[in-house]
Write a protein that binds this ligand. Structure first.
Ligand SMILES: [Zn+2]
Length: 184
């Protein structure tokens, strides 16, 4: 286990090698490690605490292992993640501006991935606002087509007029202000 805030603000830390037997990374363990470029999460890692990697601003790529988030709770947007189950914490990757590739090995990791970045939530709509535009998300081979479409929609919901991002609260474009139903 790597404890709460263990390496937080180690701004000169450039690379991290984790033990293959590591299971739990606690709250904010690597937050503000702003020089880290690569983190390889071992295959057994099951719990990533809230804010664990936030502001790792040089982090380019992350693979979220299949061992994370294997309970039904992760599939259901209305229920919470039980803390004693495998999970990916809220805002775990918030403000990781340089992330260009996220590899998601667990096909059930849907809503929780959105919540691991900055997100907006309004009734049943949850949309990632913090995943950088240039970030590619590579899904597990067994993720259903439907789930991929849900991800696409939550991540890339765009204005038809200018391509800006649509806010979840008023369903209006954040760039040009037009409603999502606007047609040229
Ligand atoms: Zn627009």
């Amino acid at each position: 286990m790597i404890g709460k805030s263990a390496f937080s603000c180690c701004t000169k830390l450039q690379s991290i090698q984790l033990s293959s037997s590591l299971i739990t990374i606690e709250y904010a363990a690597f937050a503000f490690c702003s020089s880290v470029k690569t983190i390889i999460l071992p295959a057994l890692v099951s719990n990533i605490g809230a804010h664990a990697f936030k502001h790792c601003e040089c982090l380019k790529e992350i693979t979220i292992p299949a061992s994370i988030c294997t309970t039904q709770y992760c599939m259901n947007k209305y229920s919470y993640i039980q803390p004693d189950k495998n999970y990916l914490g809220d805002y775990a990757f918030e403000n990781c501006y340089s992330l260009r590739l996220i590899i998601v090995e667990n096909p059930l990791l849907a809503y929780q991935l959105i919540k691991s970045f900055d997100y907006e939530y309004n009734r049943s709509i949850r949309r990632a606002v913090g995943i950088p535009d240039a970030t590619k998300i590579e899904f597990s081979k067994t993720t259903s087509q439907r789930d991929k479409q849900i991800y696409d929609w939550m991540i890339n919901h765009r204005c038809r007029h200018c391509g800006g991002k649509i806010g979840v609260w008023n369903e209006k474009c954040k760039s040009c202000g037009k409603s999502k139903d606007y047609k040229d």
